[in-house]
Write a protein that binds this ligand. Sequence first.
Ligand SMILES: [Zn+2]
Length: 45
Amino acid sequence: MLMKISEFFKNLPRKKCTDCGKEIEEQHECYGNKCNNCLGVTFHH
Ligand SMILES: [Zn+2]
């Protein structure tokens, strides 16, 4: 299966939440490696 180079690089920077493994859509570096959901849970804990 061939993959376009552009597609490949587009997928590279995607992060995954270290807690639940869900892909993090927003790419703010300040968020670290957790999705908004897990961040919210952490803050409310
Ligand atoms: Zn998460």
